[in-house]
Design a protein. Structure first.
Length: 441
């Protein structure tokens, strides 16, 4: 891998020769890895013929100025920007935004972003009480333009903004992202004169983070969109140009996941970044993996954990519960960073190990200790090491997981791009709503 590759993947801790009976045998791994060759070849074809637009995004730059321009519009006008949408229409933006905001607002004078991906009335009442709607803008994202939750959010917010600023001015507060063609969101947006940007119909919701769906919120937060795409490009390029599957990190990851499931019954895959800024990324992964692979009785359960927090919550189970999980620990370079624990204040001899250490030293020691403990306890463990948590790394990690998921789907024989099972609940929801009384305002 080139020196500036966004991450390093270390997989020794996944194999039987390192961790014993719960590890993957070399022969099972080689069988699964060999089978990824056909998936990589298909990715190459779909990249070349343009039939999977996701694979073209990393090398695309001409859409960025329009995204930046709309972001600048919102940045200038708004103190707060609320992103409405759910699932794949929300999680990519949330993951990127987490790079800019650790919970205390973004740096500089960027607007604060809020991602509302649920229809809990309490949350919306709280938002309407808390935000000055005359200084609040809304990004409404729905590929289909008909998702019940997003349409409800949108219609309620549109009315609230009209009440606050009047019909004439309301349009300025909204940007809508939806696919071309006839759908309810696009129709209403046109009626009200709301600026509407096209969601590429060839990019499914959970695969849309690198499109304007993820990048418009990222640009409002002041992130470098070119760097996000560049990181993704490096990872995609290395797989498309891999002479053999052994040279593709995503193919190796897919072979380990599927191999462990088939050979050892490893039915869960835990992603545990040691970085608050990657906590939403792990949520994003959870949706990508679950919705793409959970089909025909196949698929493994994706679990989000965050280090060090889940050492005090999940780790006991991870180490001593059933050995049915694959762990991916994302280790970040933190040693020597952050503030120092004052030796004077930590003079109690029981705190001697902390005195004079930086917070990042503790973070570093803990991530290495947890990883090593998992491996010593015979739990299949992959390490992904990143030097920096920034836009390029995020783009690279996202592309890694897009590819790992698509290749795993190939190994499992399922379609990674549909989600037929969730339709039943949607139909029933409409039926239940139909049985309820409508309320006049
Ligand atoms: O990944 C997916 O396809 C889903 O999670 C969708 O993103 C989610 O259901 C929202 O759909 P839409 O963007 O059409 O409102």
């Amino acid at each position: 891998m080139p020196e500036d590759f966004p991450y390093e993947q270390i997989t020794d801790g996944c194999f039987a020769e390192s961790i014993g009976e719960h590890g993957l045998s070399r022969s099972a791994f080689e069988g699964a890895l060999g089978a990824t060759a056909a998936a990589i070849e298909k990715l190459r074809q779909r990249h070349d013929d343009g039939s999977l637009p996701l694979l073209r995004l990393p090398e695309t730059h001409d859409d960025l100025p329009a995204i930046e321009a709309r972001a600048a519009w919102h940045r200038e006008r708004a103190d707060d920007v609320v992103v409405l949408g759910t699932g794949g229409s929300s999680l990519g933006g949330q993951s990127l935004y987490a790079l800019a905001d650790a919970g205390f607002g973004p740096s500089g004078h960027a607007a604060r972003l809020h991602f509302l991906d649920n229809v809990d009335p309490h949350t919306f009442d709280h938002m309407f009480r808390s935000l000055d709607l005359s200084r609040t803008d809304f990004i409404v994202i729905s590929k289909s333009g008909g998702t019940a939750e997003t349409m409800t959010q949108f219609l309620i917010c549109l009315e609230a903004v009209v009440d606050e600023v009047g019909r004439e001015m309301a349009a300025d507060h909204f940007t809508v992202i939806t696919e071309p063609g006839d759908n309810p969101l696009r129709t209403i947006a046109a009626e009200w004169g709301l600026l509407t940007l096209d969601h590429d119909p060839g990019i499914g919701g959970r695969y849309s983070a690198l499109s304007l769906v993820g990048l418009l919120p990222a640009a409002i937060a002041g992130l470098d969109l070119g760097d996000v795409r560049e990181g993704a490009h490096q990872v995609l390029y290395s797989t498309l140009h891999a002479a053999r599957p052994e040279a593709s990190d995503p193919a190796i990851g897919a072979a380990i996941n599927v191999g462990l499931w088939q050979e050892r019954g490893v039915a869960a895959t835990v992603l545990m970044p040691y970085s608050d800024r990657l906590a939403w990324f792990a949520m994003w992964f959870r949706q990508l993996w679950a919705e793409s692979l959970g089909k025909d009785g196949k698929g493994t359960l994706p679990v989000r954990a965050v280090g060090t927090v889940d050492q005090h919550s999940q780790l006991q189970l991870y180490l001593a519960g059933p050995a049915d999980k694959l762990f991916t620990v994302i280790q970040t370079r933190t040693a020597g960073t952050g503030r120092i624990v004052s030796p004077e204040l930590a003079s109690d001899r029981r705190l001697a190990y902390l005195a004079g250490r930086k917070m990042g030293d503790l973070f570093d020691a803990e991530q290495r200790a947890t990883t090593e403990t998992l491996i010593r306890n015979g739990r299949p463990t992959r390490i992904i090491k990143v030097d920096r948590v920034d836009e390029r790394t995020m783009g690279g990690l996202m592309m890694h997981y897009f590819l790992e998921t698509i290749i795993a789907a190939h190994l499992l024989g399922v379609d990674p791009f549909d989600q037929p099972a969730v339709e039943e609940g949607k139909v029933l929801t409409r039926e239940y709503l139909g049985q309820m009384e409508a309320h006049a305002r």
